[in-house]
Every structure is written in C-alpha cells, then in structure tokens.
Design a protein around this ligand. Structure first.
Ligand code: DSN
Length: 419
C-alpha cells in the first residue's frame, strides 16, 4: 500500500529497511533473470486485510466461516489462471514454485518412485530431483543433460535416456537454459515411455502466455509456474492440470503439503493474471526478448562467449573463461553489483569450477524491460558489463560505471517506485 507514515512511526527500523530496499531497487539495474518489478496494483493487493483471513480448503469448501470474500478472490484467480493458460484445472495456492512441484509429486507419485529432470548443473532446478531437495530425497531421481558440443537439449538423446531410465514422471523446464524448450517432443517421449509429464515454466510463463514461446499445456499432464518472473506477478506458484487430476492436485496442496492459503497473495496473483491478459503484455514480453537478443549480440560482439551461442528467451549465460580465464562468476557478480548491475553467478554446463565459484554469470531482461529500457539501452549496458568484467576490479572504473548506471536508473524509475 501507499506509504502513509504509520509504519515509520510504529516500527521505524523495519520501515527504514523497506525504504532502503525501495531505493536500492530504484537505483540499480536488476539483471537477475528470475526477478521482476510488479505493478503498483499488484503491490496494493498484497498489502491488504486479506492477510488476516484463514481459509483452509477451497472456494465454497472451507473449514472456517466468513470466507465469502476470499472465496470470490480465489475463484477469480482460478478462473483467470485457467483462461490465461488455457488449462482445464488451476490451483492457485502454492506458496512457491518448489511447493507447486512438490504438490505434483505428492499427487502423482508414491514415495521412492522415479523422477527424471534436467540436471541442475545443466540448467535444471533443485526441485527437479536434486539430492539435497525433497524431490531427490523422497523420490528416486535421475537426470538428463545437455549435449557437450552444443550445450543444448538433443531430443533424440533425451528420448534414449528416458527410455533407458523409465521414470514415473518426466520433468521438463529450466532455470538457466537460454533456448526454446520443445514441449511437444517431451510429451511424445513421455507417452512413449509410459510416464507422466510435468512442465515447469517458472521462468518463461510470461513468454508462453504472450504466445512467444511454445505452449506446454496441450502436451503435459501438469504445468507449474512461479508468478514472479517473466509473468510479473507476486511471489508464489500455481499448478495447472487436466481435469482428471484436479482433485488429487487440490488434496496434495491442502491438506497434503500446505495449511492456510495466503489470500492477499492470491488476490495479487489474480491482478497479475488480468494484467497478463492485456494486449500490452504481449508488447512487454516481445520487448523482453528483443532486449535479451540485443544484449546477447552486443556481448558476443565484444568477444564474450555465451552458452549455446545466444538466447531465444529472456536470459543468457556468459562463459567468463572466454575472455578472462581467471575470473570466477562469484567475483564477477560482486564487481557488477558494485557498479549497480545486479546479476548472479551461475555454473555453465560441464563447469570445472565449484558451483560457489562457477565460471559464468546469468543475465536476464524481464526487470529492466519493466522499467522501460529498450534495445538502445542494451547496447550501453553491454558496454558497461564488458568494461566491468575486463577491469580487474579497478575501483575507478567501477565508480564510473556506477555513476552512469545510476543516471540511467533515475530516468527510468521502477513501476512501483512510489510505494
Ligand atoms: N531461484 C530461481 C532462479 O533464480 O532461477 C529458481 O527458483
């Protein structure tokens, strides 16, 4: 909600930290591929009295009285999610993408059945069977990988691996993969192997609903996504599935793995779904891709190798060894954030370094596109990234780029900067 001064009076410590974070976001270019800036309307829905209401269960099937208004909110969110994604059934209660994936496993599998997902080190996600996540400790997890020569998924190789492993559920989708995912091929492979298919579109959901990435819904038994990446909604997840799975998915979310839903977040999800149905959202999603393509081209023109040689979507992975063999992703991300270019270190496929050090950085354009930056700005930002990565930590250079980045930020405030 709008700052009306109450929190500053009652809890100045927390109010001060929130204000500092608002200023940090305004004053830095957010290049983390999984982050975005929500609209003022989404933010307003989050800060409402809906947070006070317990609503275990589902619309018109609650354990508590007084749910008539939150029933309306959740039903609107469900209806909008189904319409936006063209899905038969939607559950809008998962607190995160990882919770959404876990609910699918709980609904579809018995403990110790087999999950097969993309290897984390090749772009997959913790919740796709990593051995330190419940998906890898309560289920038997195996992984497919990208090809070493192209760093892309070769669907013939994936098919061979799936037919060899015969998982109970095949998981596709990624958190660090810059290329188009062939959901149709994954669907064909899952049917041939006699297993279920979960498509996790957390990163690319905004591109999918804009029609700028192939649609997983017709090919998948389950589709999960977070709401807060390219979709530009509040933090949290949703599950989409065929009607036949609806009851089991709902029971897996509640009472299976969660308690009361976060009704203020569900209201904000509904607001974001309506925003994503607006024709302007397609222009936004196209601008994300145009920006990513330009940023990638400009970096490659300066001699930086990108994993797979470019990008089809909103993100790219820079292989730092291509120009600075000694530079780790860990160090590069620190210098860049000192220059107000915020990124994350990222392993690249077949990375000889530890994940903590890593040889790459991941860059994404959803958030900088939300604040209105376009391809002409990507050329400038690529130059700054190049200067920082090449400067060996030179403080003068970092200060120069920081001043220039701050000046650009001041001309393009984040959409919700008055909150
Ligand atoms: N942490 C998210 C990301 O950065 O891609 C995935 O959950």
């Amino acid at each position: 909600m709008n700052d009306n001064g109450l929190l500053r009076e009652t809890d100045p410590k927390i109010a001060g930290v929130i204000a500092a974070e608002r200023d940090r976001q305004n004053d830095t270019l957010e290049l983390i591929a999984s982050e975005n800036h929500v609209s003022g309307s989404v933010l307003e829905a989050l800060g409402t009295v809906l947070t006070d209401k317990y609503a275990e269960g589902y619309p018109r099937k609650r354990w508590y009285r007084g749910c008539e208004n939150v029933d309306s909110v959740e039903q609107i969110a469900i209806d909008r999610a189904k319409k936006l994604f063209g899905a038969e059934h939607a559950n809008v209660q998962p607190h995160s993408g990882t919770s959404a994936n876990l609910a699918v496993y709980v609904a579809a599998l018995k403990p110790a059945q087999k999950i097969m997902g993309m290897h984390l080190a090749h772009g997959g996600h913790l919740s796709h069977g990593r051995d330190n996540n419940i998906s890898g400790t309560h289920y038997r997890a195996v992984h497919y990988r990208v090809r070493e020569d192209t760093e892309t998924l070769d669907m013939d190789q994936v098919r061979d691996q799936v037919l060899l492993e015969r998982p109970d559920i095949l998981v596709c989708g990624a958190s660090a993969y810059p290329r188009t995912i062939d959901f149709e091929a994954f669907g064909r492979i899952a049917r041939e192997a006699g297993c279920l298919l979960l498509s996790d579109i957390a990163h690319i959901a905004g591109l999918v609903v804009a029609g700028l990435h192939p649609d997983p819904v017709p090919h998948s038994d389950f589709v999960t996504t977070t709401n807060h990446k390219t979709l530009r909604g509040p933090r949290g997840g949703i599950i989409l599935c065929k009607e036949q799975w609806g009851g089991r998915i709902d029971s897996a979310v509640f009472p299976g793995i969660q308690g009361g839903p976060l009704m203020h977040v569900i209201a904000a999800k509904a607001v974001a779904f309506a925003e994503a149905m607006h024709p302007e959202f397609k222009d936004y999603a196209q601008a994300i891709i145009d920006n990513a393509t330009t940023l990638a081209d400009e970096l490659m023109a300066r001699g930086w190798r990108l994993v797979t040689g470019g990008t089809d979507n909103h993100l790219m992975l820079v292989d730092l060894r291509s120009r600075m063999p000694e530079l780790t992703g860990h160090q590069a991300a620190i210098w860049l954030s000192d220059a107000h270019l915020v990124t994350n270190k990222n392993a690249i496929p077949f990375d000889p370094r530890t994940p903590f050090e890593s040889s790459g950085i991941r860059l994404g354009t959803p958030a900088i596109t939300s604040r209105g930056l376009r391809t002409e700005h990507m050329k400038v930002i690529a130059g700054w990234i190049d200067e920082i990565l090449s400067c060996g930590g030179d403080e003068q250079k970092i200060a120069e780029v920081r001043a220039a980045a701050r000046e650009l930020c001041s001309r393009f405030p984040v959409p919700n900067s008055s909150y």
